[in-house]
Design a protein around this ligand. Structure first.
Ligand code: GLA
Length: 383
């Protein structure tokens, strides 16, 4: 892919580029916990967004997206959110300038193989790759967490999704063969080896493209905040659902609407599942980890209500297959991919059977991806 991107850039802009790459992510367990100051367990994947760029000596940002064969141009003095992929690049550029960094006009080309709308965080990968590229080109010396937080700001204000920090964090901090247990309150993290050579992480794409912006995602966040504001009357010190335990939630169940109660319950249980899941991994007990994935899906579907018919079907059917250890919908929800842990020797029959059954039911052929956990964002060649 890299030689190709260099050639494409030279064809479009007639000069040698700097090239950066940033991956999408999987998340093993801990969904919707990040914006509730809980824990997540993502890993960076072997699918990436590539950014090639070079200065143009003007005050223009010219962007070409190979996947869409579309151009976008604007003045660097007048950057505003737009609809679609370009907004993620614009947001990063905007916030770097806003923080006082002197940037100049750039010619930029992006390409990649992170599927869009599949819950693998293609948008975070765009922000991270462009952030890395600008950081390197202008010698800004920003650390990776600062770039991740800038990506999150971009999602909030340039894409209208009130997301947590998980996706940007994972894209920038990934380490081959390791998951990251991130405390989304303190932003401290530890690398956890995912060393199960007899098992594979398989994603099955429902092909139901989830769109987080304007969707129920922001509503879920508000419902959690509503829960916190009601519980705060009794426990003034609480700042987020992180500070509440199950007994406290049950004690005030009647003061919450049923919907808000179920949202809060899911988050509390999901954090507990993640912590227990990390112990399972530390003990080498992948089977008990897998059970927690199934339980997580049940909660995502019934309590948090971010699943859909197609994802539910994928998980139910996965449960019937030989070699399956755990399965659940992954990411923001409402479609996208399910994440499955499957015995190595059963991967082919698993994907074949699942594709057949899914196609029979919905008349859609799902894409399947057998994942490697890889390193996070990096500069591939400097200018
Ligand atoms: C999306 C958001 C993340 C996180 C997940 C759900 O991927 O970008 O911040 O909330 O959904 O876990």
């Amino acid at each position: 892919m890299v030689p190709d991107i260099r050639e494409q850039f030279k064809k479009q802009f007639g000069k040698e580029p700097l090239i950066a790459a940033a991956p999408g992510r999987v998340n093993l367990i801990g969904e919707h916990t990040d914006y509730n100051e809980g824990f997540v367990l993502p890993g960076a994947i072997d699918k990436r967004i590539y950014v090639a760029m070079a200065a143009n000596g003007q005050e223009e940002l010219n962007i070409y997206a190979c996947q869409y064969q579309k151009k976008f141009s604007c003045s660097i003095k007048d950057i505003k959110p737009v609809k679609g992929w370009a907004t993620y690049l614009l947001g990063m550029f905007f916030y770097l300038q806003k923080e006082g960094h002197a940037l100049g006009g750039m010619d930029v080309l992006i390409d990649g193989d992170v599927p869009v709308g599949a819950g693998m965080s293609s948008s975070a990968a765009i922000c991270s790759a462009f952030g890395m590229a600008l950081n390197e080109w202008f010698g800004l010396k920003l650390d990776r967490m600062s770039l991740a937080l800038m990506g999150q700001r971009t999602e909030h204000h340039f894409a209208g999704v009130q997301c947590g920090i998980m996706d940007e964090f994972a894209s920038l901090h990934g380490k081959a063969g390791h998951l990251m247990k991130l405390d989304c309150r303190s932003l401290q993290y530890e690398y956890i080896p995912f060393n199960f050579p007899n098992y594979k992480i398989v994603l099955l794409n429902t092909m139901v493209s989830h769109s987080l912006s304007g969707s129920e995602y922001n509503v879920r966040r508000q419902q959690c905040e509503e829960g916190v504001s009601i519980l705060k009357k009794y426990y003034p010190a609480i700042l987020s659902l992180r500070d509440i335990n199950l007994d406290q939630l049950q004690a005030h169940r009647n003061e919450l609407s049923d919907v808000v109660y179920r949202r809060c319950l899911f988050i509390l249980e999901e954090n507990q599942r993640l912590l227990a899941g990390c112990s399972s991994l530390a003990n080498g007990d992948i089977l008990s980890f897998g059970e927690k994935m199934f339980q997580a899906h049940e909660g995502l579907s019934k309590l948090y209500e971010v699943s859909c018919e197609e994802s539910d079907f994928m998980v139910e059917q996965a449960q019937l297959q030989k070699g399956i250890v755990g399965a659940r919908q992954m990411g923001g929800g409402f479609g996208g991919c399910t994440i499955n842990i499957v015995e190595y020797g059963a991967v082919n029959s698993f994907t074949e059977n699942m594709c057949g059954t899914y196609q029979e039911k919905f008349n859609i052929v799902p894409e399947t991806y057998t994942m490697q956990i890889e390193d996070g964002a990096r500069i591939i060649s400097s200018h």
